[in-house]
Design a protein around this ligand. Structure first.
Ligand code: VAH
Length: 312
């Protein structure tokens, strides 16, 4: 059985459904700080868990006798930069509790890292799996510390910890909250609703991105990989594409005739974006557990526009 924290968030709301399809609804326990009427909350076991409450997390894990913990609850980059102390306490306190729960139950463990774990002194193009990592955001500090803590729990306690450095994730089910790459999600909603979008990220700002179906497959493939083949664990670079606002706008214009992008740059989120790589290298993930993706920019745009036209 799998316990998911942050199960009603951007990744969690879709990962919960995918894992229930694969492993059976009753074997996937969705948890979050409070319940809502989403399919993730309604389609199987749900428990309210504040990830800063270790006792509650362990109690729920034991109640269902879980063998896997997927820790997704966290504050994203822009929110973390606005509330750095709260971000440290939630992101690091929550992660420690997730790791402690996995250790106590001898469970496998997954948590996402991010391209946000890299900083201005990291090589920006085709960023290697192993390279300098001195992020200048609280979110990045949390992600690097989280990678090291997860590796520590593997080395010290033998917990089977695994992670992925996700690029910006694009989806039409649940909106992301407080991220820097969120412009690449908002732009699709606005394209379908109004035919235009004002971007807070400047033209020419490249960031890695991935469509949510590819991200979910990467999580399942990583967690099912033969642990003897893993040289790295926390965390693997994974990416499907890298683009800047003009390029996603051009892709959208193919499916939303007349679509127009304009710019009102948010200096705070622009500064975060500029500290991250332009493109990262996913060779280690491909070699160690067969990472692959199906959606490039135009294929993602076609699907996003179709699905949002149905949804809105
Ligand atoms: C964010 N969507 O923008 C997240 C992610 C790589 C970006 O970490 O903070």
């Amino acid at each position: 059985r799998i316990l998911i924290t942050g199960a009603l968030g951007q990744i969690g709301s879709e990962l919960t459904l995918k894992l229930r399809d694969i492993y059976g609804a009753d074997n996937v326990i969705a948890t979050d700080i409070k319940k809502n009427d989403s399919e993730a909350a309604q389609s199987g076991p749900f428990e309210t868990v504040d990830v800063t409450d270790l006792n509650k997390m362990v109690e729920v894990a034991k109640k269902y006798n879980v063998d896997t913990v997927m820790h997704l609850a966290a504050l994203l980059s822009a929110t973390a930069e606005a509330k750095p102390v709260f971000a440290w306490n939630l992101n690091m306190g929550g992660l420690m509790n997730g790791l402690e729960t996995a250790r106590e139950l001898k469970a496998q463990f997954f948590t996402p890292s991010s391209i946000g774990a890299f900083g201005p002194s990291t090589p920006k193009d085709n960023t290697p799996q192993d390279t300098i990592m001195r992020p200048t955001t609280m979110y990045g500090v949390n992600k690097v510390a989280g990678e090291l803590l997860s590796d520590y729990y593997f080395q010290k306690f033998g917990v089977d910890t695994r992670g992925l450095r996700f690029p910006g994730l694009i989806s039409y089910v649940a909106l992301p909250g407080g991220g820097t790459t969120d412009y690449a999600v908002e732009i699709y909603y606005e394209a379908v609703k109004t035919g235009k979008y004002t971007s807070y990220i400047d033209k020419g700002t490249y960031m890695d991105m991935m469509y949510m179906p590819d991200a979910l497959n990467a999580i399942v493939d990583l967690m099912e990989a033969d642990s003897l083949k893993l040289i790295h664990r926390n965390a693997f670079n994974v990416t499907a594409m890298s683009f800047e606002p003009e390029e996603i706008a051009a892709s959208i214009a193919k499916y939303v005739p007349g679509f127009e992008i304009s710019y009102a740059v948010d200096p705070d989120r622009q500064k975060i974006a500029e500290s991250w790589p332009n493109s990262i290298d996913a060779t280690a993930a491909k070699e160690e557990w067969g990472f692959k993706y199906a959606f490039d920019l135009d294929k993602m745009t076609k699907d996003m526009v179709e699905k949002l036209r149905q949804k809105i």
